[in-house]
Design a protein around this ligand. Structure first.
Ligand SMILES: Cc1ncc(COP(=O)(O)O)c(C=O)c1O
Length: 392
């Protein structure tokens, strides 16, 4: 076969970056009519009043470019949110920028801050956009593993990952996919390392409100001396069940927010105008929605975890997020990928092999299940799992 023209090949900056696992597994779910417990999107939308605000903005003619930083009403609402929940005071004109989902916040932060060869410490397993964007920015990732079965951050491993080339930590808590919510002590270990080695920390806090039981989300920026070196990212997607809206924000010191804006202006220039007033309304006028959502999610977490356990899977009950992780070692499969590829035929259920979020072999036997679905959907998935033979 003749080689395709050079122009048809992917650029080297994408070498080794596979298509996201979520597209592959969601397509498999549709093809096999499986219950999709893979991709993390809720099947019930957020508050109707918030949707009505977006419709009103569309009809009122808010359909042209928003300011690059985001509309003032949303930046002010984000600043009020950070003050109300965490006591963080922000200047909405210089310390907040609206992004097209947290995904653009991650991309713009890394493109705006990382120089080729800079090392970025990431928690392993990692959200897959981190690895893609660190590589596209020319950076080098240095994973620090949250190890099964407790998935805690080991401060010694964190320290050992620092080299003279380390400039950033890219942190995620509450953590996808393990469901770990970093404790104050773990965050203090990150703060100590960052201050000792003059590192900037980028924190992905999209699951900030989805924490359960006695666990508490503590933004790293609230630890002594950390605001100045922390760029915090979040979005409305998870907190308000509007994952398709892609409205997010980056907050922190003006220099770090400025770096996000410097890159963002060339990525999207500005984010969707009519959704911004609706998200501002959600933050200001529906402040209790995320806690109610979390209360409902906690019940569905328990439903899913009990069912997975009854189906013979060794499950870790998550402290936060949409996801529970199981260890499938006992079932005899070579790895989670082969289990997940066989599962739609075997049981009519789709889950995500966590190993794709690792550089190391630590995640080979781990599988992630989403519980941000209606109880009936989870129950149907569990019925199918318990009726199937899950052994290799
Ligand atoms: C850890 C993490 N960060 C970021 C995102 C993406 O956020 P957004 O939809 O706001 O771009 C997700 C979505 O699954 C996520 O799990």
């Amino acid at each position: 076969m003749p080689e395709p023209p050079h122009a048809h090949r992917l650029a080297h900056r994408l070498d080794g970056i596979p298509p996201t696992i979520f597209s592959q597994m969601s397509a498999l779910a549709v093809r096999t009519q499986s219950v999709n417990l893979g991709q993390g999107f809720p099947d019930v939308d957020g508050p109707p009043e918030v949707i009505a605000r977006a419709v009103a903005a569309l009809e009122a003619g808010q359909n042209q470019y928003a300011p690059g930083l985001g509309i003032p009403a949303l930046r002010q609402a984000v600043a009020r949110h950070q003050l109300r929940h965490y006591g963080i005071e922000l200047d909405p004109d210089s310390q907040v920028v609206v992004t097209t989902g947290c995904t653009e916040g991650i991309a713009a932060a890394l493109l705006g801050l990382v120089d080729p060869g800079d090392e970025v410490i990431v928690l392993e397993p990692y959200y897959d956009s981190y690895t893609a964007m660190i590589q596209m920015a020319g950076g080098v990732r240095r994973p620090v593993t949250l190890r099964a079965p407790s998935y805690r951050l080991d401060p010694d491993e964190l320290r050992a990952a620092v080299t003279p080339r380390t400039r950033f930590v890219l942190l995620n808590s509450p953590h996808n996919p393990t469901g770990t919510v970093l404790t104050r002590a773990e965050l203090q270990a990150v703060a100590d390392v960052a201050q000792e080695h003059d590192l900037v920390v980028i924190t992905d806090e999209v699951y900030e409100h989805l924490v359960y039981d006695e666990h508490e989300h503590v933004p790293l920026a609230t630890l002594p001396g950390m605001f100045e070196r922390t760029l915090s990212l979040s979005s409305a997607g998870k907190s308000y069940s509007f994952t398709g809206w892609k409205v997010g924000w980056a907050t922190g010191p003006a220099e770090l927010v400025g770096a996000v804006l410097a890159a963002k202006q060339w990525l999207t220039f500005t984010s969707g105008s009519p959704l911004q007033p609706a998200v501002a309304y959600a933050l200001d006028e529906e402040p209790d929605f995320p806690a109610q959502l979390a209360a409902g999610l906690r019940e569905r977490r328990d439903l899913l975890c009990a069912g997975l356990s009854a189906a013979g899977l060794d499950v870790r009950v998550p402290e936060g997020t949409y996801f529970a992780t199981t260890d499938i070692s006992a079932l005899g499969w070579p790895d989670g990928r082969s289990f997940c590829l066989a599962l739609p035929e075997r049981a009519g259920v789709v889950a995500i092999p966590t190993q794709v979020f690792y550089d190391s072999d630590e995640g080979r036997q781990l599988v992630r299940w989403a519980f941000c679905k209606e109880a009936e959907v989870i129950e149907e998935g569990l019925r199918r799992l318990s009726a199937a033979d899950l052994t290799a």
